[in-house]
Design a binder for this molecule. Structure first.
Ligand SMILES: Nc1nc2c(ncn2[C@@H]2O[C@H](COP(=O)(O)OP(=O)(O)OP(=O)(O)O)[C@@H](O)[C@H]2O)c(=O)[nH]1
Ligand SMILES: [K+]
Ligand SMILES: [Mg+2]
Length: 304
């Protein structure tokens, strides 16, 4: 029998092959619903190897808010935790230095923010690769997620990390769908909308609902919702979390490259070190007299 993973792969392949147009919308909607169901199966504790937070991840929530550092290995998550909180989390140039969840605290304008350093995740993390599931389950408990990216790595890494989080029911920088879905005993499926809709028609809604064996329901759309939005509402258990894209190691790129990155929404460029062509060794501690060269990055540390 095909494994859940294989079934997911088959559906993803079929979706990739299916042309996107009006005639295929309901079929694609059906495939999306099948995919959402299989993912849930994969993530429920009864299925092998799945489960919530595990050993080394059971950090108690504390303070006013919880922020999690998520990213590929060696992008500088632990360096950032250490700099921001004064906690010690091991830093090294090799991948998977951090193996558990390490908490630290930032005090900002009287608020205590719990910052969580997490192991690096890799593609396929949501499907159980590495400690990915523990990492993403922990990310689900956060009030804000910082996706840490390495400025010299391809920007496609942003999308890869987003996909891992999305596959685990996390929705980033998104409001919960503004639609109501009310199941009832009889009367069939009724679709009404208060705005013009371009994604969902009755046929697509029927295809999705049939996959969930729902034959009677009132659905009201208050915005131009997609098939994915409807599936999210039917599935439930989605979490809507704000996210900031922290692009680290900008000391390694040029100003022109930095300007391109500046177009990313919800973005913050940082560098945890001071490197540049004026420095004799990297990073170098310098005084006021030091003459800087173009594109040098300076870190100023203020004594409290
Ligand atoms: N050039 C440069 N190097 C950095 C910066 N921040 C961190 N590094 C280096 O990047 C490497 C990885 O840093 P870590 O903090 O261990 O990265 P991590 O994301 O926690 O790695 P894992 O725990 O293995 O996932 C180390 O060699 C750091 O010194 C930065 O801003 N600029
Ligand atoms: K590392
Ligand atoms: Mg680390």
């Amino acid at each position: 029998m095909a494994t859940v993973m294989q079934k997911i792969k088959d559906i993803e392949d079929e979706m990739a092959k299916t042309q996107k147009n009006k005639a295929t919308a309901h079929h694609l909607g059906l495939l999306k619903a099948k995919l959402a169901k299989l993912r849930r199966e994969l993530l429920t504790p009864s299925s092998k190897g799945a489960g919530g937070a595990g050993e080394g991840f059971d950090v108690t929530k504390s303070g006013d808010s919880r922020v999690g550092l998520v990213g590929f290995p060696s992008v500088g998550k632990s360096t950032l935790l250490n700099k921001l909180t004064g906690t010690f989390s091991e830093v090294a140039s090799y991948e998977f230095t951090t193996l558990t969840c390490i908490p630290g605290v930032i005090t900002y304008r009287g608020a205590k923010i719990q910052l969580l350093d997490l192991p690096g995740i890799i593609e396929g993390a949501k499907d159980g690769k590495g400690r990915g599931r523990q990492v993403i389950s922990t990310a689900r408990t956060c009030n804000c997620i910082l996706i840490v990216l390495d400025a010299i790595k391809p920007i496609t890494h942003k999308r890869l990390i987003e996909k891992e989080l999305e596959g685990f029911g996390i929705r980033l920088n998104k409001e919960p769908p503004n639609l109501t879905f009310r199941k009832k005993d009889k009367g069939g499926l009724n679709l009404t909308s208060t705005v013009t809709t371009t994604h969902l028609d009755l046929e697509t809604v029927k295809a999705i609902c049939s996959e969930y064996r729902i034959h009677n329901a009132d659905i009201t759309l208050r915005y131009d919702a997609t098939a994915d939005d409807l599936i999210d509402v039917i599935e439930g258990s989605r979490v809507y979390i704000p996210c900031i894209y922290v692009v680290n190691k900008i000391d390694q790129i040029t100003l022109e490259e930095l300007e391109i990155l500046d177009k990313l929404p919800h973005y913050c460029p940082i560098s945890a070190l001071v490197w540049g062509s004026s420095a004799k060794h990297k990073p170098q501690r310098v005084g006021k007299e030091h003459e800087l060269e173009d594109e040098d990055v300076v870190q100023i540390i203020k004594k409290v």
